[in-house]
Structure formats: C-alpha cells, structure tokens
Design a binder for this molecule. Structure first.
Ligand code: NVA
Length: 302
C-alpha cells in the first residue's frame, strides 16, 4: 500500500492489519509516541472540516510528527497552478500529503506525481479514512465485522461508497437503501458485488425501505453533501421516509446506529436516536484519529 486514496487500494489483510493497528495505537498510545518523529505531513483542505482537521493535527502530534494545515485560502486545487506542480512542491518539504478535495481525479494526479504517500481525507467519490474508523468502531462493538449485517440508509454518496466497498472487502453484509435516483453509481455497485463475492459477503442495493431487517447496525449520513447546493425543502418529501429513527431501529432489531457527522438532526436521524446510547457517532469521531494514525504509521514506516 503506497497511498490510501480509495478503499479498494487495500486488500482484506491490509485493512484488517490497519484496524488492528488502530486499536493497538488507541490502547497503547505511548508505544507510538515517536512513530512519526522527524516526519512532516501536509493536510490540505478544499472543503470545510472539523473532525478530519482536528483529528489529523492532534493525531500526528501524538505520533511525534509535525502537521501543517493548508486551508481554502488558495482556492480550488489546479486553478492557480497545476495539481502536478502543487504535489511536486509539497514533496520537496513534506513526507506525506493528506487532502480533502472536490474531485477524486486531483488525488489520482497527486499520487501519480508527488513521490510521497497521498491519503484521501474525503472527495466526491470516497471517504476511506471514515470507513476505516467505522469498521474499527464496529469491530470494537461487535468483536468482528465478518458476517456483520449492516445497512446504510439515506443518500448514496462518498460515505456510502466507502462503507459498501470496504465492508464488502472485509466480509460484512452491507445493504444500501436510498430513494430512487440517489443510489450509488453503477460502477461502484458492480465493484462492491465483485468484492462481496470474493469475501463471501452479501451485498444489496435497494430503494425499498421495507427491505430493511435483521441488521445489527444502521448507518446514515447527511442528505446533502458539501458542495451540493440542493435546498433541504426540495428533497424532504423524497428523503423523509428514509429517516433513521427509533421505529426503523426497532424494525431491524439493530443495536447500534452510526453517523459520520455533521448530523442534521431530525432530518437523516432523530435527535433522540443520535443522543441515545445506541449511537456510535462519538466513538467513530474518536476513532477517526486512531484509524488515520494507523494509515500514516503504515505508509511512512521505512
Ligand atoms: N457526505 C458528506 C460527508 C461529510 C463528512 C459530505 O461529503 O459532505
């Protein structure tokens, strides 16, 4: 594994190792306090961030490394200078680049030209660091994710793509339920199908909310992702039947609900469920740091 810009870049064994390492770093942080000593990591953001920005900054510090945040003041990557040149410049000083971008292609270009590891901190297609933290959280909660029944309910987006791809690699049975017209792209469905066949997992996409049932955990995310200017009022009627609430949890028998945040309360998830003891949202948030640290330690070890 040279980069971590798409979930499918890591094999089942590599992902399992990353999850194991993330849990070990979490349990024994002092053993890793020098793991990135002398390493500098640039964290580059074209979009807003709370969890990713802070968890990277503090996480890298906990590993003895140095992080430098570059925000949105330079505008969209590729406008002022070529992405290739940005990557090559950053590689003159830094040991790795972690970037949140609008277009996945930008990460591909960076990875091609930087000569140092590139990590995806969210793009239009994937959110692999989030998925890794999610499967770490599910491993901690359920002991294993193999054969775990997991449903994603809501908008088909970067978070659901990563969840279904990584879940299918790891052997979790992932069901994605979205309104019609808001499902995952065909190419991702085909990819997840193949990965699930290889791992022996079941993968399903549906638009029928009554297809839900028998899941141990339900996942949801915002109905409107960053950069999408759809007004909530315009989609409420379509999405409201897909709200994750207590009734849906009861219908599935799920004991855990996941949300990557920011949560739009009483839209994709009810306030009471988000605040309940079934919610893993803050476990996921904490694990963002441990999971990203596991990725950086793995990519930067000599
Ligand atoms: N799908 C959301 C995830 C936020 C962490 C977005 O892209 O805005």
């Amino acid at each position: 594994m040279k980069h971590f810009i798409a979930d499918t870049q890591a094999s089942k064994t590599e992902l399992e190792k990353l999850i194991k390492l993330a849990i070990d770093i979490k349990q024994n942080p002092h053993n890793y306090s020098q793991a990135l000593q002398g390493k500098s990591i640039v964290t580059l953001f074209e979009k807003p961030s709370l969890r990713t920005h802070v968890s990277l900054d503090i996480g890298i510090q906990k590993l003895g490394g140095h992080s430098l945040y570059i925000g949105q003041q330079n505008g969209q990557l590729g406008k002022r200078e070529r992405v290739k040149d940005v990557a090559k410049n950053l590689a003159c000083w830094a040991d790795a680049i972690v970037a949140r971008v609008f277009d996945h292609q930008v990460l591909e270009e960076m990875a091609m030209h930087a000569g140092i590891p590139v990590v995806n901190a969210l793009c239009d297609k994937y959110h692999p660091c989030q998925a890794l933290a999610d499967f770490q959280s599910l491993t901690e909660t359920f002991g294993s994710v193999e054969n775990l029944n997991l449903a994603y309910v809501g908008d088909g987006n970067n978070v659901s793509n990563s969840l279904m791809l990584m879940g299918s690699i790891l052997g979790a049975n992932v069901t994605v339920i979205t309104p019609e017209g808001y499902g995952p792209d065909k190419a991702f469905i085909e990819q997840a199908d193949k990965l699930a066949t290889a791992s022996g997992a079941k993968f399903k996409v549906s638009h029928d909310i009554t297809d839900i049932g028998g899941q141990q955990a339900i996942y949801t995310d915002t109905w409107i992702s960053m950069g999408d200017d759809t007004k909530v009022a315009d989609i409420l009627k379509t999405f409201m039947p897909y709200q994750v609430n207590e009734a849906l949890m009861a219908a599935t028998g799920a004991s855990a609900v996941l949300h990557c945040q920011p949560a739009h309360l009483d839209q994709e998830i009810t306030t009471s469920l988000f605040d309940s003891d079934k919610s893993l949202a803050f476990v996921q948030a904490e694990n963002r740091m441990w999971a990203q640290n596991a990725v950086l330690v793995t990519l930067l070890k000599d």
